[in-house]
Design a protein. Structure first.
Length: 256
């Protein structure tokens, strides 16, 4: 029997999103707006907050394996999974690889990272991302810290007065190979940030200044962002972002 199917005729899968940004900018708050959600939390950020969601604590790399077994081996009933801290989980994978190396080689200096450790940790992370990506029937939201990536400037660029030197970019704080794997798997990668907005108070009419959270999803030179959507005219950023509003925007081209 042929396994060939026509594009667009298979059952649609739930979305995968990656949001990143500085600390305290609203990444966890955004992710937890997903309905009926379980949060895999390696940073205790969700547990310390007031968001009423179910949390699966991730305290070491082996907990990621246990969480996957739970999600694959039971009728857990969740519609969304949040992985609230890829940056922290990546650090756990590196420590796990270092510990295994130290146990296998008694001559190795404890706590010293070797170059090969980064590669092995990266492979563990890519395996985790693939396992999460193939979970059936659930949407996934990943969060990560951000970092500024300095431009690569060659000697030829420095000598060429007409060369266009790209500016620094903000990217998810992950190794390049892991970041590449993550961005390839998700339907949208966005950067959470906040701005000061001045306007009239809804009750008193007096002019006030408030902080407004936004999610930048449009392509930009300074951000590693973008999305997949069949619709045109989607705005570069979403005010007061939530997972349902982002999903509606990308799937219908509109949002309330």
């Amino acid at each position: 029997m042929s396994k060939i199917i026509k594009a667009g005729t298979s059952a649609p899968r739930m979305p995968r999103y990656l949001v990143y940004g500085r600390s305290k900018q609203g990444k966890t708050t955004f992710a937890c707006t997903a309905p009926n959600v379980l949060v895999l939390d390696p940073e205790s950020g969700t547990r310390e907050g007031a968001t009423p969601v179910d949390v699966y604590p991730i305290e070491k790399w082996q907990d990621c394996d246990e969480a996957l077994k739970f999600l694959r081996g039971s009728d857990h009933g969740y519609n969304w999974i949040v992985v609230d801290g890829l940056t922290r989980i990546n650090q756990m994978s590196l420590k796990h690889v270092m510990r295994l190396g130290e146990e296998a080689d008694l001559s190795r200096v404890p706590g010293m990272v070797q170059l090969k450790d980064y590669g092995r940790a990266g492979e563990l992370m890519k395996g985790l991302l693939l396992s999460l990506h193939t979970l059936p029937g659930v949407g996934i939201v990943y969060t990560a810290q951000d970092r500024m990536e300095a431009p690569d400037i060659s000697d030829d660029d420095l000598l060429d007065e007409d060369a266009q030197i790209p500016g620094a970019r903000y990217v998810p704080d992950l190794p390049k190979s892991v970041r590449g794997a993550a961005t390839a798997m998700v339907d949208c990668i966005g950067r959470v940030y906040s701005v000061s907005v001045t306007g009239p108070h809804p009750k008193t009419g007096r002019e006030i200044t408030q902080r407004q959270h936004r999610l930048w999803i449009g392509q930009a030179e300074q951000y590693d962002t973008g999305y997949r959507s069949p619709h045109r005219g989607i705005p570069d950023y979403l005010r007061k972002p939530s997972v349902p509003r982002l999903q509606e925007l990308l799937e219908t081209g509109k949002t309330n």
